[in-house]
Every structure is written in C-alpha cells, then in structure tokens.
Design a protein around this ligand. Structure first.
Ligand SMILES: [Zn+2]
Ligand SMILES: [Zn+2]
Length: 344
C-alpha cells in the first residue's frame, strides 16, 4: 500500500512537471537534456576544482589576467560550440526534398506567370487552365525529386533499391537512414550519442570544430592539473586525491578526443564518412572499388574547401562517380601525380 501511494505521488509529481515543461514528457528529449546538463556540470566541476584549490593559478590570474581570460574564453566557446552542433540539422533527406519541391513550385509559378503574361498580351485575356495546374505541382515535384536522385546513380539503377522503407523517400547517394533519429540523413557520418544528434552534411564541419575546441580545452585543463600536482609533489598524495582522480579520466578523454580529431581530419581530407569507411564492403556503390581509392575525393585542397565553405547549402547533392572517373582514380601513382597532389 505504501509503495502504491509513493508511486501515485511520484506519477502526480511527474505529471505536474511535464505540464510545466512539456518537452520533458518525451523520453528522447529528456535523456538529451540530462546529457547536456551532465556535460555542463562536468566542465564546471573540472574548472571549478582547479580555481578552488590551485592558489598558484589564482596568483597567476592576478599577475597575468589575459592567461585566465583566454582559458575561460575557450571554456565558454567550447560549450557554445557544443550547443550549436547539438541543435543543428545534419541535413535530412525529407527536408532536402521539401527544399527541392519549394524551389520547383516557385520556378513553375514564375514560368507560368510569364506564360500567362505572354498569352494575355497576345489574346488580351487570361488563359482558363492557369489555376488547374496548381494541383499537379505536388505530383510533378515528387517526380522531379525522383529524377534528381536517380540522375545521381548509374543508368539502369532500380528506383526500389534507392527508396528508404522507413521514410518512403528516394535516398540520394551517401544518404542513410538513422534508426535513432528515424530519418534519412544526407552524407550520414554517425549518430553521436554525446551530442544527441546525427552527424551529416549539415553539421559535420561544426562537429569537427567542436572536437577541436574540446580537445584544446581538455589539453589545457590537463596541463593546469599536472602543473598544480607538480607544484605540490612534496605533499602527501591524499591531499590532492580529488585532482588525481579527476586527472585519470581526463587523460583517457584527451587521448580519445585527439584520436577522434585525427580520424575526422583524415575523413575530411579524403571526402569520406565514418559509415563509408567502416561499412565499405557492405555499401553497394563502394563494393568493388579498391581500398586505396577514395571515390568522392576531389583532391585534398578541394575537399577541404568543400568542407569548410560548402556549408551555405546543406542540401547540396553529390552524384556517384562515373566508371571513367573511378578508373582514373584507380590508376597507379606516378611522380607527376605526387607533384600535382593527385586526389590523395
Ligand atoms: Zn529513412
Ligand atoms: Zn541520428
């Protein structure tokens, strides 16, 4: 009976909480919120402990305020970058389709308006069938999306093999359905649990900057912790037990972050995604391509430019390379290729 009363009290409390904050009623959003709060708390604990115990750092702040100001700037920039990346769209296929549809509708409306103007100037009256075509926009748009997508695959590819059974939409090359987001993502890289979102075409650049800033912050924090421990090395170790306990997971995290940063830098330079690299043999359009060939690479500089400056249109689509292009990329390297930085 007591257990039942406790449960009903808990349920009522939760209902009130969900009533005040409707976003918390969704388990996915709740866990995402818990994750974000945990991340902020972790950052605050690491920095707070440092400023609480390290008197040398306080002295240094008084003498050289710019040093601490720079550190705190990196601290806030990292948190801001985390929230920006977490809240950004990875580029969903459905959104891309809608964007294409809207563009088509606008284009068709303007072309129809021009036709009507021409007809009225010729006949002196508006054509009657003008508004009827408006109904067909939806049908023609989905066809144009299908055509747009199918043009990116080699001729003879069946439409059925390109349709996602969950979203019921034609997937452009390099897109994949994410089971966590329940949506197809353009340039699917991976679903990041830490950020609570997918990493794809729309936010891969932001994700790289986040891991870059986080690595720099963790490295700097690690250095500050080591400096503090070295300054107090003559003391009994249990006096600094908290700092030692915090430094151990931080060191592991630094190694993980640096490996992740190098790995994603390599992916960016070769225009690959984590999914393509890991599942290379299972992805139909990558099957049969030699391991050393990067089918979507346009050369290091071009890949880098596309990655950094291609963010203006997160729905830009990339066709599959033709057989000729693949043959050209599979060609053995010559000295001239090395000098001209051929698609590495
Ligand atoms: Zn899907
Ligand atoms: Zn996802």
């Amino acid at each position: 009976m007591v257990i039942g009363m406790c449960r009903s009290f808990r349920d009522r409390a939760l209902d009130r909480c969900y009533h005040c904050f409707p976003c918390l009623s969704d388990p996915a959003r709740r866990s995402s919120l818990v994750l974000k709060v945990t991340l902020v708390m972790l950052h605050l604990v690491y920095v707070g402990i440092l400023f609480l115990f390290d008197s040398d750092l306080i002295d240094k702040t008084k003498k050289e305020p710019w040093y601490t100001a720079l550190y705190l700037l990196l601290f806030f920039a990292t948190l801001v970058q985390y929230f920006i990346t977490s809240g950004s769209s990875p580029g969903y296929v459905l959104d891309a389709m809608r964007a294409v549809n809207e563009t088509n509708v606008i284009c068709k409306q303007s072309s129809m308006a021009k036709q009507r103007q021409t007809a009225s100037s010729k006949n002196g009256s508006l054509p009657v069938e003008g508004c009827q075509s408006g109904r067909n926009f939806q049908g023609t748009d989905s066809t144009s999306w299908t055509k747009l997508v199918m043009d990116m695959y080699p001729p003879g590819t069946s439409i059925r093999s390109c349709i996602c059974p969950y979203c019921n939409v034609e997937q452009p090359p390099r897109a994949k359905h994410c089971y966590d987001c329940d949506k197809c993502v353009l340039h699917f890289d991976h679903h990041c649990v830490w950020l609570g979102t997918c990493i794809g075409q729309g936010n891969h650049c932001k994700f790289w900057w986040y891991i870059c800033e986080e690595s720099a912050l963790c490295l700097w924090t690690g250095i500050l912790y080591i400096t503090y421990l070295r300054a107090n090395i003559s003391r009994a170790w249990w006096n600094d037990a908290i700092a030692i306990l915090l430094l151990i997971p931080l060191s592991i995290f630094i190694v993980f972050l640096l490996l992740l940063l190098f790995f994603h830098s390599y992916l960016i330079l070769t225009n690959q995604t984590t999914y393509e690299l890991v599942r290379r043999r299972r992805i139909p359009y990558l099957r049969g391509i030699p391991e050393r060939v990067y089918p979507f690479s346009k050369g290091v500089c071009h890949n880098l430019y596309d990655f950094c400056c291609g963010g203006s249109n997160i729905y830009s689509l990339e066709p599959l390379p033709s057989a000729q292009e693949l043959e050209e990329k599979s060609r053995p390297y010559t000295c001239l290729d090395v000098l001209t930085c051929r698609c590495c």
